[in-house]
Write a protein that binds this ligand. Structure first.
Ligand SMILES: [Zn+2]
Length: 46
């Protein structure tokens, strides 16, 4: 069994690995981007 804590998400469109970038450290706002198809998602925990 293999677990990647550093890459918890994959692209919903192409299934490629998403890279993340911290936009706001205080609010834990993170942008997930796919280098393959250019998809960008932002995550903001409530
Ligand atoms: Zn993709």
């Amino acid at each position: 069994m293999r677990r990647d804590a550093a890459t918890p998400r994959t692209c919903p469109t192409c299934g490629d690995e998403l890279s993340f970038e911290i936009l706001d450290d205080e609010r834990f706002l993170v942008a997930w981007s796919c280098l393959n198809c250019g998809l960008i998602r932002t995550t903001e925990p409530v």
